[in-house]
Design a protein. Structure first.
Length: 463
């Protein structure tokens, strides 16, 4: 190294592993590269690295004369794993999922809030600041009380907060409203008077929060298998399950609202036990919201669950005659994707077929692109009664009136919803072109694709 302007370079090698760093003392900068071929995880070492090397500058009198050091880091898996260990599966390693994409980004200031293994899954929660959108200096200024614009509008300078389950991104602070409001409110508005609602999954509590905003709701049954996840979210993601500002809520946490009944058990088994036979043991629901496993995840259990006709039939039986079922489908189709019956979304296609066979009269797909996932996210809403389509296709003004009449006010006076409104709902009513394109690429081409797609010169023009 040229050591210009000044600095010290060090390197240490142990077999195939190494550590190397170079310092610029006057600038207060150190760059480090740590590589290991062992099985130990490096991310847990980060706090020790910061403690040892993130030392501020002091003057001769021992007074700190520089800000606390900031640490920018990225993490990347290298080498070969799959095929060398017969028991290794990439889907079982959180660092080979969505989490890897974020940890490799150099522009992100990342801070691990919690990394914990529950009885069912690995939970990671991170704080992240994207320097391309928010400078760390602006964030630090927002935390002061110096009267600056940043300090007076702290809510605009919060770091992103992200939840990963087994490495798969589940939710984020800035995408929370768009995702959960898109999941809940279209189906709730499509029902004329939802009083009893079921939630499958939704461990963060945000889906429950949105349901409890409706003044018609008398009871919400939330069935989440992972009670440890709920407690982690209650502690580390309080914004997701905060009901303190909802006038109709009698608790600070949505999990403690008297209208909410939270059961920590297998939701799939619970529905099949309750509604899977002629001897129905539970009161039926007006709306069932499924915020659980993504159907497009490459995990065997996911495909099996969504193809289980007994479970799908139990969902249908668990709804009232004008009941509504909604599910998030995962990443939205792209124009270049293969047909659902042959591509990566085959489980989604199987599930749609199962819902149709169960007896749902009308199904509508829609997507939302502002959920801060790595792609637009899609949803499927199903109606037991085809007459519900009239409510699904209400105009923007009608939807605004419904929202005004149905939603509880807030104690702070802020709007009850941050993202969803009548105009947004109108955008959900007509699926975009990619859904149609992929649908018509199925090997067994649907009849309506031949009848309605393309141009037939023998057809009269529609005025």
């Amino acid at each position: 190294h040229t050591l210009v302007p000044t600095g010290v370079s060090c390197a240490g090698v142990l077999l195939e592993s190494h550590v190397a760093f170079h310092t610029w003392p006057k600038q207060g900068v150190i760059a480090m590269d740590l590589f290991t071929c062992g099985a130990g995880l490096l991310i847990p070492v980060l706090p020790m690295i910061k403690e040892l090397f993130g030392i501020p500058i002091y003057d001769m009198f021992g007074k700190q004369v520089s800000p606390d050091p900031e640490m920018l880091w990225s993490h990347k898996l290298r080498g070969f794993r799959e095929g060398f260990n017969p028991n290794y599966s990439p889907t079982g390693n959180p660092l080979e999922q969505d989490l890897d994409t974020f940890l490799t980004m150099h522009s992100l200031t990342k801070e691990l809030v919690v990394s914990d293994k529950t009885s069912f899954q690995h939970v990671d929660i991170y704080h992240m600041i994207n320097s391309n959108m928010l400078s760390p200096a602006s964030y630090e200024k927002s935390m002061s009380n110096d009267g600056s614009y940043e300090s007076l509008h702290k809510e605009l300078y919060q770091p992103e907060k992200m939840l990963f389950l087994d490495g798969v991104q589940q939710s984020s602070l800035y995408g929370d409203a768009a995702y959960h409001e898109a999941l809940v409110h279209p189906s709730m508005i499509a029902h004329p008077n939802p009083k009893r609602v079921a939630i499958i999954g939704g461990g963060e509590g945000a889906t429950l929060r949105e349901v409890l905003k409706h003044n018609s709701v008398e009871e919400v049954k939330m069935v989440e298998i992972d009670g440890e996840l709920v407690e982690l979210c209650r502690e580390h993601l309080p914004e997701w399950n905060d009901c303190s500002d909802i006038v109709g809520s009698d608790a600070d946490s949505c999990f403690d609202d008297s209208r909410a009944s939270v059961a920590f058990e297998d939701a799939f088994k619970w529905f099949m036990d309750s509604f899977g036979t002629d001897d129905i043991t539970e009161e039926k629901f007006d709306v069932i919201i499924m915020d659980a496993l993504d159907p497009d995840q490459f995990v065997e259990i996911v495909g099996n669950l969504y193809k289980d006709n007994k479970f799908v039939d139990a969902l249908f039986n668990g709804l009232t005659e004008d009941g509504v079922f909604v599910i998030q489908l995962g990443e939205t189709d792209d124009n270049d994707d293969a047909g659902d019956d042959a591509g990566q979304y085959q489980d989604v296609a199987d599930m749609k077929g199962g819902l149709e066979n169960a007896g749902f009269k009308s199904m509508h797909i829609y997507d939302e692109g502002h959920s801060h996932f790595l792609a637009p996210w899609s949803y499927l809403v199903c109606f037991k009664d085809s007459d519900q389509r009239a409510r699904w296709h209400m105009n923007a003004a009608e939807i605004e009136i419904e929202l005004h009449q149905r939603l509880h006010r807030t104690r702070s006076g802020k709007p009850a919803l941050s993202f969803f409104d009548g105009s947004t709902m109108v955008g959900y009513q007509v699926p975009h072109k990619a859904f149609e394109t992929v649908y018509c690429r199925n090997e067994d081409k649907p009849w309506d694709c031949n009848h309605y797609m393309g141009i037939n010169p023998e057809w009269a023009s529609v005025p």
